[in-house]
Design a protein around this ligand. Structure first.
Ligand code: F6P
Length: 529
């Protein structure tokens, strides 16, 4: 990378931002060549960036920026298994789980195939009811215990793909993530240990929430069965820390590894995806992988100016750094994708919420903005008022499913009409003709991307999620940060330890006055009960 070249591109981008500040999006849309350059389709996923606030000149400058900082070479290094996660000295090879474009070594490929074969055998046994509980009954309920990357992807996909015909054969899958006892208590309510299987998922096998919930599940099981030998038949483990997990009581054959080179938030394609496999079956899981593989191949091979994740990342950087957008609203117009904003919150914010560059030096530019969102059309009757007439600058991703799966076409047409119209209103805005009605003015000119999945199938959602993963990687490269560590979450975890001890009456060490006050206040409340 040539520093003076990047500085001059940044200057051109800043000049373009000034130039475009006086051109409304409704005028940008008049350029059909521009519009064509901003629309791309991949395995039934249509990405329409034409409502973004760029013209061809700004787009060319952004692409020049990507080339100037060697984005293609950095992409190739990631896919080839270079140790790009420097602060943890790890490769970033989640693409190897999709067995496509990744240049993973032969031994990694063999390992991936072997683990998958074991997982599929287990999945087939449970789904076909040949896996029996300790009293000989088939498994009816599965409780997945895990948090963050060991939870969000599986729950998103189990919900999103519940309508597939192959999902009908699955046991009922419950998710327990929060350390709040209400989570596990409500999952366990009414279940029988004879027909319940637990999957404990934790890459580190040291995450507090998962440890506490797994211990509660273990006690629940043992209290009701009094049978320690039966435990192994009812608990599966998924982890990178096999030593710690084996102390818990899993049978060796019921422990599935997460490879060291899979980051938690990129792990749904690994053994972490076991509940997805259980829900949709092995064949549909293969389609999920195939969709992601198509995205990997597109990312690896397409020219930069036609490369969907590269374009998505460049536009995201443009929105944040040059247009000053403070947040990204993710607005799925399909209830089955209701958990997509939660999933993307971890993927994007844990990856790119950073203020140090890859060398550990502080940076003075903005990185990942706040990502939030929720399902349309409900949001239209809640926070869309702020989006249309508030003062915040934001960008939005609309996710629509073109072909409805419900028999009721009218509902689906209304859903699509609203999703398309909201993006239209955010782009075009509205200028009242009547001077007395200026309160009706809608500024518009907010950048948005509309993604239309042909239908909600495993392949399409696999492609969509892999495109987001690659977008996150590209943003990290463009911001010169490490997208694959998350040191910021450690401080709070450490601080909770002495506070827990104090709340348990076991520690009286000094705290800052605000913390001491809150601990004492809560201790007082618990004493008076
Ligand atoms: O606290 C953040 C985090 O480390 C995430 O990155 C990770 O996905 C989650 O916790 C769960 O970690 P584990 O799988 O090790 O339990």
């Amino acid at each position: 990378m040539n520093v003076s070249d990047t500085a001059s591109i940044q200057d051109s981008l800043a000049a373009s931002a000034v130039r475009l500040s006086s051109i409304h999006s409704r005028d940008l849309l008049r350029d059909t060549v521009r519009n064509g350059a901003l629309k791309h389709t991949l395995v039934g996923c249509h990405f329409d960036f034409s409502r973004q606030r760029v013209d061809l000149q700004a787009l060319a400058e952004l692409i020049k920026f990507a080339k100037c900082i060697d984005l293609p070479a950095k992409r190739d290094a990631m896919l080839a298994g270079a140790r790009i996660n420097r602060s943890e000295n790890r490769e970033v090879l989640h693409t190897a789980l999709r067995q496509g474009a990744a240049g993973a070594s032969a031994s990694i490929k063999i390992e991936v195939a072997q683990i998958k074969r074991r997982l599929y055998e287990c999945v087939k046994a449970i789904r076909s009811c040949s896996w029996r509980g300790y009293t000989g009954k088939a498994i009816r309920d599965v409780i997945h215990i895990g948090i963050g990357g060991s939870h969000l992807g599986p729950e998103l996909l189990v919900n999103a793909l519940a309508h597939l015909p192959s999902s009908k054969k699955a046991p009922k899958i419950h998710f327990v993530a929060n350390v709040d006892a209400q989570d596990i208590n409500s999952a366990l309510r009414g279940l029988s240990p004879e027909t319940t299987l637990f999957i404990v998922v934790s890459k580190s096998f040291s995450t507090l929430e998962t440890q506490v919930n797994a211990n509660t599940a273990r006690s629940w099981f043992l209290e009701r069965t009094g049978n320690l030998n039966a435990l192994g038949q009812h608990f599966l483990g998924v982890t990178n820390n096999l030593a710690a997990a084996s102390e818990f009581g899993f049978r060796k054959e019921n422990l599935f590894p997460i490879q060291d080179w899979v980051g938690g938030r990129f792990s749904l394609w690994s053994a972490v995806g076991l509940p997805i496999m259980l829900k949709i079956g092995c064949q549909a899981f293969e389609q999920l992988l195939a969709g992601a593989r198509a995205a990997d191949e597109h990312f690896a091979q397409s020219k930069i100016d036609r490369n969907i994740p590269v374009l998505a990342a460049l536009l995201a950087i443009w929105n944040t750094s040059h247009l000053g957008c403070d947040s990204l609203a993710v607005l799925p117009y399909d209830k089955r994708l209701a958990l997509l904003p939660d999933y993307l919150q971890q993927l994007e914010m844990e990856s790119n919420g950073k203020s140090f560059d890859i060398n550990g030096d502080p940076i003075d530019y903005r990185t990942m903005q706040v990502l939030w969102g929720g399902c349309g059309t409900n949001g239209q009757h809640a926070y869309h008022q702020l989006l249309h007439q508030g003062t915040s600058k934001f960008a939005a991703d609309f996710i629509l499913v073109g072909k409805g799966d419900t028999k009721n076409n009218e509902h689906h047409r209304w859903l699509l009409a609203n999703g398309i119209a909201q993006g239209q209103a955010m782009t075009l805005g509205y200028i009242p003709i009547n001077q007395a009605e200026q309160f009706k003015r809608v500024r518009g000119n907010h950048p948005s991307t509309t993604i239309v999945l042909n239908s909600l199938r495993a392949e399409q959602i696999g492609c969509l999620l892999a495109i987001y993963e690659h977008k996150v990687f590209c943003q990290g490269v463009l911001w010169n940060i490490n997208s694959f560590d998350q040191w910021g979450v450690e401080l709070g975890k450490q601080m909770a330890l002495p506070i827990f001890a104090q709340l348990s009456g076991e520690d009286a060490s000094t705290q800052d006055p605000a913390t001491r006050h809150l601990v004492d206040h809560c201790l007082g409340l618990n004493r008076t009960e």
